[in-house]
Design a protein around this ligand. Structure first.
Ligand code: NAP
Length: 243
């Protein structure tokens, strides 16, 4: 199959990294279907992506809406699940209802897309899940989000073992990318990238063969190092980020 004839479903394609990915895939001839909850945001993104593509309003926590979109627009060469929410702050100040919502969208939502989507991916096609650099080692002030992303890492590993070679499961581990999600951050974001640069990096990775697409290296490697340091040393370093 030529990359020009691909059909790609990007859940979370109405903004941020998902939209930048949709633009890149569309520019090389793929047909993209974008999903999100907000109709106006979907229509606006569709205009920016260009003619001939589709939007399917769907909420990842509503399994019926994901099933409907998959049945209407599938089968797909790739399903890319980027939808997520984030609410940074100290654990003592976290709103439990908001926290439950983050678990539901990020973790249950990813499970919903993976389980339902798997039967709508062509043989040998890709299922792409989004972790985060925040999942590599628990850092202060992002506990709930980081925990969901660590769960997604484990889910992606399990699915890769279970579904290969019928489905090529991939994990994307971005560092900081300038989007509405990171606009909530009040701290300096090392290695901050623009969504277009992140999308180009992800697309290159998805065309390659590695399970995990992690970038930028200067953020990823120090975080991976934290995981192999003695805990006492690692926590002495991460406590400095409490703010
Ligand atoms: N930006 C970063 O620095 C960064 C770093 C590491 C990892 N990531 C990960 O990369 C992915 C994309 O992040 P981003 O920064 O591009 O996020 P973003 O700009 O906030 O965009 C999120 C997209 O997901 C959609 N969405 C949110 N909740 C949804 C739901 N319940 N059902 C369906 N769609 C939903 C949004 O549309 P609606 O609100 O209209 O539904 C929007 O299209 C996320 O998984 C994020 O965790 C981002």
């Amino acid at each position: 199959m030529s990359i020009k004839d691909e059909k790609i479903w990007i859940i979370g394609g109405s903004g941020g990294i998902g939209e930048a990915l949709a633009q890149k895939f569309a520019a090389r001839g793929a047909l993209v279907v974008i999903s999100g909850r907000n109709r106006d945001a979907l229509d606006a993104a569709l205009k920016r992506i260009g003619p001939g593509h589709h939007a399917a309003k769907a909420d990842v926590v509503d399994r019926g809406s994901i099933e409907d979109a998959a049945r209407l627009h599938g089968p797909f060469d790739r399903i890319i699940m980027t939808a997520a929410t984030y609410d940074p702050g100290a654990v003592s100040k976290a709103d439990p209802d908001k926290a439950a919502g983050i678990f539901e969208v990020n973790l249950t939502g990813t499970f919903n897309v993976a389980q339902i989507g798997a039967s709508h991916i062509k043989p040998g096609g890709q299922l792409v899940l989004f972790g985060s650099a925040a999942a590599i080692f628990g850092l202060p002030n992002g506990q709930v989000y980081s925990a969901t992303k660590a769960g997604i890492v484990n889910l992606a590993q399990s699915l890769r073992a279970e579904l290969w070679p019928q489905i090529d499961v991939r994990l994307v581990t971005p560092g900081f990318v300038r989007t509405p999600l990171t606009d909530k951050n009040t701290f300096a974001m090392p290695g901050l990238m623009e969504p277009e640069a992140a999308a180009a990096r992800i697309l290159r990775g998805l065309d390659g063969t590695r399970f995990e697409i992690a970038f930028p290296r200067r953020l990823i490697w120090p975080l991976k190092l934290l995981g192999v340091l003695p805990h006492r040393l690692a926590f002495a370093l991460t406590a400095r980020l409490r703010g």
